[in-house]
Design a protein around this ligand. Structure first.
Ligand code: ADP
Ligand code: MG
Length: 367
């Protein structure tokens, strides 16, 4: 089932009449979510992710704009009639019911022609339990389960009605690091197996990058960029997106373009054909540096961290916008730790320029 968001906008009125402005939680969101894909909706807290999800679910009504499931306009349809499965950060299981009863619950409320026989309900419940691998826990109470298991039950409960669209709002936030990794792999597997169109909300870029077919990066209610994770990482549309994606984060320098050459301080560090003279923000991915004694970018060496396969070099520079610069190089390369200075040349496809005024990307030709 494809899901189409058309000029989707949500404005919350100001809380007090006297002061305060209205909040534009989501502004003019347009996107056609392809059938059967997992979409990661990504951005910092307060950027409008949950509000978008609630509008898709019907829990909140858009101020303007439309939502389609396939060709059906569902904008004014109630949540119950949309055929969605919802999973929240807190598992919200019924504590007095067993796992089986929790999973069966949505089916017991089906009315009319959707009503199922007892056998059919049980079959569906066990099918959902099998998908999330909790069949052996069916007779336990939620309090007898780990956080990860509880979240699986919540997912099974969302799947049991065979939803047209699965909506997950920060489903892993309450889990510890190891379970978070494991459960996100599970969600990916379940989504691939069921092929249900899924929107996965998270503020964690690594999480979104690792499981999504496509990511949508939002800031202050406005979509910044939509694309495959690698595509967005390799070609960020603006400084915000460049900074939001990647661990370690991108390094940002103050730079200046003059005569189609990029300067950081006095050093000409890269040819940037086609870019007019101006001041810029220069983003350099940690993997964009090559150790090179004759390299133009000279940084003050602070520390070298060996991480097995890679080496992470920490340095500083007067024109760095971050307190430290972190580069990642192959462990085969040797750093002269006795030296105060580390010299780099740059990989052009790992260097991004952004307008000083608008912070939008300025493209140059990479030879
Ligand atoms: P996210 O899920 O990305 O953290 P939200 O969608 O929850 O962000 O919120 C987006 C913005 O809308 C925030 O500024 C938030 O304070 C505001 N907001 C969310 N819900 C309401 C509400 N019911 N009333 C007023 N403002 C709201
Ligand atoms: Mg939220």
């Amino acid at each position: 089932m494809k899901v189409v968001l058309q000029n989707l906008t949500k404005i919350f009125p100001s809380r007090s009449k006297k002061s305060g402005e209205e909040v534009v939680a989501v502004s003019n969101f347009n996107f056609e979510i392809p059938d059967g894909k997992l979409i990661g909706l990504l951005g910092p807290s307060g950027c409008g992710k949950s509000t978008t999800l609630y509008m898709i679910s019907g829990l909140q009504k858009p101020t303007s704009g439309k939502i389609f499931f396939g060709d059906d306009d569902v904008t004014n349809l109630s949540t119950e009639n949309r055929g969605i499965g919802l999973v929240f950060q807190n598992y919200a299981l019924y504590p007095h019911m067993t796992v089986k009863q929790n999973i069966l619950f949505p089916l017991q409320n089906l009315k009319g022609e959707d009503k199922l026989s007892k056998e059919a309900m049980l079959e569906r419940a066990y099918e959902a339990a099998r998908l999330v691998q909790i069949e052996e826990l069916m007779d336990r109470k939620p309090s007898e389960l780990s956080g990860g298991q509880q979240q699986r039950v919540a997912i099974a409960r969302a799947l049991v009605k065979m939803p047209r669209v699965l909506l997950l709002d920060e489903p892993l936030s309450n889990l510890d690091a190891r379970l978070r990794l494991q459960t996100r792999e599970e969600i990916r597997r379940i989504q691939k197996e069921t092929k249900i169109t899924t929107v996965f909300v998270t503020h964690d870029q690594e999480e979104a990058m690792s499981i999504s077919d496509m990511i949508v990066v939002m800031k202050l209610g406005v979509v910044q960029q939509i694309g495959e994770p690698q595509e967005v990482y390799d070609s960020p549309a603006n400084l915000f997106v460049a900074k939001f994606l990647g661990t370690p984060p991108i390094n940002v320098f103050e730079g200046k373009v003059q005569g189609e050459k990029l300067f950081i301080g006095e050093a000409a560090v890269l040819d940037v054909p086609g870019v007019s003279d101006q001041e810029v923000h220069v983003g350099i991915r940690p993997e964009g540096f090559t150790l090179d004694d004759n390299g133009p970018l000279k940084c003050k060496l602070s520390n070298v961290e060996v991480m097995g396969r890679d080496v992470s070099i920490v340095s500083t520079h007067d024109h760095s916008e971050n307190p430290i610069i972190r580069s990642i190089i192959n462990a085969d390369q040797r750093v002269n730790v006795a030296s105060d200075v580390v010299s780099y040349s740059l990989k052009p496809h790992k260097v991004f320029l952004f307008s000083k005024d608008t912070e939008e990307r300025i493209f140059f030709e990479v030879k």
